[in-house]
Write a protein that binds this ligand. Structure first.
Ligand code: GDP
Length: 297
């Protein structure tokens, strides 16, 4: 996904590294090119501005320009700023330190990859962390959404709450909590309904479900292919519910990377997972420093 950005930045840095000494103007010229590369990757404008200002301020300092390897130092400053932009060195992971059943509420627009990501996370918790997991679909809007989760549950070997047709999301959430307690489930994943647009009904429904289930994690699923829209969607959700993190799907697609690069800075929420394909194993814990490495080669 970051190929084109990576190529562009690689070209700029090769030029910088190739010089023994650097003048302030060389750094400013390089930053202009970095700015264009980030904008072409569809990174949000305010994020690009802040990034360039921070890097420039550090990079034109005398101890950098007078050092033995100024080019290397500038690249290191860009690398560090990129890691910051992606969320910093810490990988927050899921907060599962609470009395079970611990609830993870999955929210997002229809088609974002919410149901798929729910099942992927359930599989990961079961297989990597040995948790007893249950999933419940509260999506009464999209036809066959509940059945889809059931099918995925069978695929990954995780129980799903039996479907009772005609129930409302809050009723399903209440029933899921009861079942999870009775069956001594460690983690209950609630796949909430998606809609085509962010609207009040969707937000009210999420809040009602949250009031019943007091989720430890509320993960927003967004499609990285939608670029700036993904960031706008995340901003609207973040203003309404207490998001604890973001799952960026379709990172295997040919998005230019803007959503991944702007998400943290615009929403203040950490990207916790990246979806990298349709298969149930195609989920990666999001590591800002690894992603920065991938971009800077
Ligand atoms: P929902 O409406 O948000 O629940 O979306 P779904 O989970 O049903 O996903 C919609 C489509 O996107 C399905 O065909 C998924 O297989 C696909 N999908 C989900 N996540 C990814 C991903 O990370 N990469 C790719 N390539 N496809 C994905």
């Amino acid at each position: 996904m970051f190929d084109s950005l990576s190529d562009r930045l690689g070209g700029v840095f090769d030029k910088l590294r190739g010089r023994g000494a650097l003048k302030e103007q060389d750094v400013l010229d390089a930053m202009r090119e970095v700015r264009i590369a980030l904008l072409e990757a569809d990174v949000a404008l305010p994020v690009v501005r802040r990034f360039i200002d921070q890097v420039t301020e550090k990079a034109v300092g005398q101890n950098v320009l007078r050092s033995v390897t100024p080019g290397q130092q500038v690249v290191k400053i860009v690398n560090d700023a990129l890691i910051d932009m992606l969320g910093g060195e810490d990988v927050p992971g899921l907060d599962l330190e609470a009395v079970p059943p611990i609830v993870i509420m999955m929210v997002g627009l229809q088609g974002s990859g919410k149901t798929t990501s729910t099942a992927k996370i359930a599989k990961l918790l079961k297989e990597k962390q040995g948790k007893k997991v249950m999933m419940a679909s509260l999506d009464v809007n999209r036809p066959a959404a509940q059945e889809q989760l059931q099918v995925l549950g069978t695929q990954v070997g995780v129980a799903t709450l039996p479907i009772i047709s005609g129930q409302q999301p809050t009723e399903i959430a209440t029933r899921a909590m009861q079942a999870a307690r009775l069956q001594a489930v460690d983690v209950l994943l609630l796949d909430t309904a998606g809609r085509l647009h962010v609207d009040q009904q969707l937000m009210d429904e999420m809040k009602a479900v949250a009031a019943i289930s007091t989720p430890r994690e509320t993960l927003l699923v967004v499609d990285s292919l939608t670029g700036q829209d993904a960031v706008n969607v995340a901003q609207s959700f973040a203003g309404q519910v207490d998001l604890t993190g973001v799952v960026l799907t379709r990172m295997d697609g040919d998005a230019r990377g803007g959503a991944a690069l702007s998400m943290r800075a615009v929403t203040g929420k950490p990207i916790k997972f990246a979806g990298t394909g349709e298969k149930m194993e195609a989920l990666e814990v999001f590591h800002p420093s690894r992603v920065a490495n991938r971009i800077l080669g």
